[in-house]
Design a binder for this molecule. Structure first.
Ligand code: G4P
Length: 193
């Protein structure tokens, strides 16, 4: 069991059957040592790939992207959410529908920071339905960049995002996969030997 999995079992709070609250170490207050370790774990998995950029979506992905990028010695870039008037047409953008929040939002990255020369590792805090990841993949394709892999802190294995992305042949590596949540308890998927 890795440090993130231990922390989830120790501090995670289950809301209903499908929301895991991790505000106390990931989404609001940040356990910096834990995130540093996560950056190392992503590096260990993806270090054989020619990653030259770590991409995420604001806000909670930023800390994870920074520690991961630090290990690779490359820049971290975050896609901005919402409609930004001041960036003009010099952006890649995608529409993302959040099933968890029941809203659509736009994500954008300036063309200066995502180019055809880029070999991108996308990282994020949660993977649920995969809508954010699909939006990011759309922007990577539009830029002519290469997606080298996806690193996720917490994948909700009972939602379809993980299977969809793996089904596309993407190297998706999740540090913790929540199999099920019921009556306050959390069941994590065991790692393959
Ligand atoms: P998807 O991209 O995989 O389809 O996920 P979805 O739209 O359903 O999730 C939207 C937002 O809700 C994302 O945060 C995601 O991280 C978060 N989320 C999804 N499931 C959970 C959960 O079980 N627990 C918690 N704590 N968050 C969850 P976001 O809007 O991008 O927020 P932030 O990055 O600005 O914090």
């Amino acid at each position: 069991m890795n440090a993130l999995e231990r922390k989830i079992l120790e501090k995670g709070v289950v809301i209903g059957e499908d929301i895991l609250k991790v505000d106390m170490f990931l989404n609001h207050q940040i356990d910096v040592e834990l995130i540093r370790q996560m950056g190392e774990d992503f590096y260990a998995h993806f270090c054989h790939k020619p990653v030259n950029k770590v991409l995420t979506v604001e806000a909670s992905g930023i800390a994870i992207a920074c520690f991961t990028a630090l290990k690779f010695g490359v820049p971290a870039v975050f896609a901005k959410k919402g409609y930004h008037k001041n960036v003009g047409s010099n952006v890649y953008s995608a529409e993302v529908f959040s099933f968890t929040k029941g809203i659509s939002y736009q994500i954008t990255v300036m063309k200066d920071y995502l180019t055809a020369d880029d070999h991108v590792l996308f990282v994020d805090d949660f993977l649920a339905n995969g809508a954010a990841a699909e939006g990011v993949i759309q922007m990577i394709r539009a830029a002519g960049a290469t997606l080298e892999g996806i690193g996720i802190a917490i994948e909700k294995g009972f939602q379809p995002g993980g299977d969809k992305l793996r089904g596309q042949g993407i190297d998706l590596y999740s540090l913790a996969i929540v199999e099920k949540m019921k009556e306050g308890s959390i069941l994590l998927r065991e790692h393959e030997a």
